[in-house]
Design a protein around this ligand. Structure first.
Ligand code: LMR
Length: 350
């Protein structure tokens, strides 16, 4: 009798507990639900896209735009994972990471390729491009094609992306005449032409990664730098500087690169979608990069107390004269035909 009572009590307790907490079958049924994140996860293609700038820059925004076009047009079968601000790889190691297949996509500033592929130095020549049409013609014409042909196996050049003209910032004195560069120590990207440009102007230089620039300005290891307004604004470089010269003395743009082995394994359909999305994103960044940089200049003027100087025509001529030797030094490196193409663009758009 006691045993029967104990069993009944056990069953009753079980029923009461179940009623109290509910028959929570949701977990059990959830795991049976169709979950398109899970199903076929091994079929999903992931493109890891690493870059070093902030999200609100032309490159940062173009990368996100590209990712969302790809998501939309492949129904999520290709996922573009973006690692901005150098969080995965920085500008010193992203190229090797791409080449070795650790990531599938990068978009470095063209200057970052100049040590590996010396002909790419042509794009860094000071005052090479008189206006945006000249840049476009260089990227999308003979110069762009010649440079993309220089790349090594396993690195596929997809397109050029636009940012903007570089401007000078400094902390000790305004950069107006070439003689103002004398006591300036400038951060540069790893590019022999950029180094020569500053040496011709009388400045000293140190090459350093983009993401180290702010700290080095802060501790006064460097007291000047050149970059686009979007990079100067989004990385707060202007907060450590007292003077900004709108000099437009060189152009900073990007080359979008993919790991070729990865690319060749994609289906024809996926390759076509990526090509089309990149074409549209290139078109977008070409149209919007100018306005993004203009907006960032307005923000800098609104929020900072730094002096902004627009280089006059006369001052520009003096800067150009000072950097003439850079053209002479660069010609044997990049070859006559690329130089002739630069001169042709200068004549056409001057
Ligand atoms: C720099 O190093 O200053 C630039 O290359 C950063 C970038 O990618 O725009």
């Amino acid at each position: 009798m006691k045993t029967v009572a104990a069993i009944s009590l056990f069953i009753l307790t079980g029923i009461v507990t179940a009623l109290w907490f509910g028959f929570d079958l949701s977990e059990a049924t959830d795991s049976l639900n169709y979950d398109d994140e899970q199903e076929g996860i091994e079929d999903k293609v992931v493109i890891k896209f690493s870059h070093v700038v902030a999200e609100n820059t032309p490159k940062g925004r173009a990368a996100r735009r590209f990712a969302s076009l790809i998501h939309e047009r492949t129904d999520g079968d290709i996922k573009v994972e973006i690692y901005s601000n150098g969080t995965l790889y920085n500008d010193q190691n992203e190229y090797d990471a791409l080449k070795n297949g650790h990531i599938q996509m990068i978009a470095p500033a063209t200057s970052k390729l100049t040590e590996r592929f010396p002909k790419w130095q042509v794009l860094d020549l000071p005052f090479a491009f008189p206006n945006y049409q000249a840049v476009e013609e260089a990227y999308e014409g003979t110069i762009g094609r010649t440079l993309l042909d220089q790349l090594e196996p396993n690195v596929k050049g997809m397109t050029f992306w636009y940012n903007g003209y570089k401007q000078m910032t400094s902390s000790d004195q305004p950069m107006i005449l070439p003689s103002d560069f004398n006591r300036t120590h400038v951060r540069i990207m790893p590019s022999p032409v950029i180094e020569s440009q500053f040496h011709a102007l009388g400045a000293s230089t140190t090459q350093m990664p983009f993401n180290k620039t702010y700290n080095n300005l802060e501790v006064d290891f460097i007291n000047g730098q050149e970059n686009t307004l979007s990079n100067i604004y989004s990385k707060n470089l202007y907060k450590e500087q007292d003077y900004l010269t709108i000099s437009d003395h060189g152009y900073l743009g990007y080359v979008v690169l993919m790991n070729d082995e990865f690319w060749s394994k994609l289906s024809n359909e996926h390759q076509a979608i990526i090509t089309q999305a990149l074409e549209e994103t290139t078109d977008w960044i070409k149209r919007h990069s100018i306005e993004i940089n203009d907006t960032h200049l307005r923000q800098i003027k609104r929020t900072a107390s730094l002096d902004v100087h627009y280089l006059t025509k006369k001052q520009r001529v003096l800067w150009k004269e000072a950097v003439t030797p850079v053209y002479e030094e660069t010609e044997p490196i990049v070859g006559e035909s690329l130089m002739q193409e630069i001169y042709r663009l200068q004549e056409k758009y001057q």
